[in-house]
Ligand binder design. Sequence first.
Ligand SMILES: [Zn+2]
Length: 114
Amino acid sequence: MLEFLQIFRFLLHYNLHLFLPGLIALIFFRKKWKLAWAIMLTTLLIDLDHLFANPIFDPNRCSIGFHPLHSYYAIGFYFLIFFIKNIYIKIFAIGLLLHIFTDLQDCLWIIFIT
Ligand SMILES: [Zn+2]
């Protein structure tokens, strides 16, 4: 059962990273949904901050508040840039916040399941 939940957690995490931005792009940026989705996918690059951690990947470590680009300061910055009146920056900010949301739900899995 635990193994099934781990597989489900893994699939949920990466599907949210890849397809939730696509769904949001389709709903809110219908005319340029492919561009909006592509911009939001670039926010996966903030995971490069894992390279500074040892070990680089630990499935039972919560990214939020641990890695520099997942810190509370960074998240506050992502909220702030959402209010800049440039549609591309706004889409980027939404992508960043969706990324943080996805990582946050993964932290809840760590707390409640493992
Ligand atoms: Zn992340």
